[in-house]
Design a protein around this ligand. Structure first.
Ligand code: TRP
Ligand code: SF4
Length: 335
C-alpha cells in the first residue's frame, strides 16, 4: 500500500509538527511505500504576498524531516513544483470540479476568515479557492491509498474522492484510487500560552531551538492560575506544562508530576525543569543529526526523490490523457 503526504514550506517546524506529523510519517515509512513532498505550490496559495524564500525553505524543511527520522532510504522525498504533472492534472481536474464543492469546504471558509483577521492577508484568489483540487492531484497522481492528515484536512480528502468518482464517470474509466485518510491520533499540543501552537502567536518550541531557548520558553509558560504560592496545591489538568509532560515525559514521571502538583510536593519551577529535560530527550538527537546533514546531501536526496516521483507521475498522466483526449474504441460509434 502506498501513502502520500505533503507539507507547505512556510517556516521552522515546532513540537506540534513533530507530534502530529513527523512521528506518524516515521512509523508509516516502515509499513508503506511512502512519498512525502514539499508542497511549494500550495505555499504560494496562502503566502504569495509574503516574499517567501521558497528554495531555502524547501531545503531547510527536508533537512528537518531527515533530522527527525524520515529516512530517504525508505521514503521518496520530493518537491511538488519539480513534478510538472501535478500542475497538468490540477488543470484538468479544475475543469470538472463544481464550484459548489469548493464553496462548501469548511476548511476554506475557516482559513479565509482566520487569515484575514490575523494579517489582513488577501487570499481571495483562484489558487487558494482551488487548493483542494491541487491537493487531489497530488494524491491521485500516485494512486496513494492512504493519506496521513490532520482533522482540518478531512474535507479535502472528501473532495478528492468526489473528484475521482466524477472523473471516472465523465471519462468512462477507472484509472484512479479513491484515497482514505489516516488521522493523526495525537491530540493537539497547545502553545505556551494555551492557544494553538503557531508561528504567528509566537508561542512555539521549535525543533531547532537551543536547550537554553527551551528552558527559557518553559519558564515563561502559563501554569495553573490558582497555584499562586509554592505550597498551594495545583491542578495539573488546567496547566499546559502538564500537557507537555504527557506528550514528552515517561509514564512514571507523568504520574509523579500529577501527584506532586496536587499535593504541592513539587514546585512549578522544578516541574518545568523536568519538562525541559524530557523535551531535550527528543530534540537532542534531532539536533545531532541536523549538524551532520550538509546542503549537498539534501539536494541529492531531493534530486533522486524528484526523479522517482516524476517517473510515476509521467506514467499516470499517460492514462489520464488517454482517458480525456482519445476516443476509446468501445465508445466510438460504428458508422
Ligand atoms: N494541505 C496540506 C496541509 O496544509 C498539505 C498538502 C498539500 C497535502 N498536498 C497534500 C497533504 C497532499 C496530504 C496530501 O497540511
Ligand atoms: Fe503546572 Fe507543574 Fe506547576 Fe502543576 S507543578 S501547576 S503541572 S507547572
Amino acid at each position: 500500500m502506498r501513502v502520500i503526504s505533503g507539507m507547505r514550506p512556510t517556516g521552522r517546524l515546532h513540537l506540534g509538527h513533530y507530534l502530529g506529523v513527523l512521528k506518524n510519517w516515521q512509523k508509516l515509512q516502515n509499513d508503506y511505500e511512502s512519498l512525502f513532498f514539499v508542497a511549494d505550490w500550495h505555499a504560494l496559495s496562502t503566502g504569495y504576498q509574503d516574499g517567501l524564500d521558497i528554495k531555502k525553505l524547501t531545503i531547510d524543511l527536508i533537512r528537518e524531516w531527515i533530522s527527525a527520522g524520515i529516512d530517504p532510504q525508505k521514503s521518496i522525498l520530493f518537491v511538488q513544483s519539480a513534478v510538472k504533472e501535478h500542475a497538468e492534472l490540477y488543470l484538468i481536474l479544475n475543469m470538472i470540479t463544481p464550484l459548489g464543492w469548493l464553496e462548501r469546504n469548511p476548511t476554506y471558509k475557516e482559513q479565509l476568515q482566520q487569515l484575514q483577521e490575523k494579517g489582513g492577508k488577501d487570499i481571495r484568489t483562484a489558487g487558494f479557492f482551488t487548493y483542494p483540487v491541487l491537493q487531489t492531484a497530488d494524491i491521485i497522481l500516485y494512486d496513494a491509498e492512504r493519506v496521513p492528515i490532520g482533522e482540518d484536512q478531512r474535507p479535502h480528502l472528501e473532495i478528492a474522492r468526489e473528484i475521482v468518482r466524477r472523473f471516472h464517470h465523465l471519462f468512462k474509466c477507472e484509472i484512479f484510487t479513491e484515497p482514505q485518510e489516516i488521522l493523526s491520533e495525537t491530540p493537539r499540543l497547545p502553545g505556551l500560552d494555551g492557544r494553538k501552537m503557531s508561528k504567528s502567536y509566537n508561542n512555539a518550541i521549535y525543533l531547532d531551538d537551543t536547550p537554553q531557548d527551551v528552558a527559557q520558553k518553559l519558564r515563561s509558560a502559563k501554569t495553573d492560575p490558582n497555584r499562586i504560592r509554592r505550597h498551594d496545591p495545583g491542578n495539573p489538568e488546567v496547566c499546559l506544562v502538564y500537557d507537555y509532560h504527557k506528550a514528552f515525559s515517561d509514564p512514571k514521571t507523568v504520574k509523579e508530576i500529577e501527584e506532586g502538583c496536587k499535593s504541592a510536593a513539587i514546585g512549578c519551577v522544578e516541574c518545568k525543569r523536568i519538562c525541559a529535560s524530557s523535551i531535550e530527550r527528543i530534540l537532542e538527537p534531532i539536533r545531532a543529526k541536523r549538524e551532520k546533514i550538509t546542503k549537498e546531501y539534501v539536494l541529492e536526496v531531493i534530486r533522486s526523490g524528484n526523479e522517482k516521483a516524476k517517473e510515476m507521475a509521467r506514467k499516470k498522466m499517460e492514462s489520464v490523457n488517454r482517458a480525456v483526449f482519445e476516443i476509446q474504441e468501445h465508445s466510438r460509434s460504428d458508422r
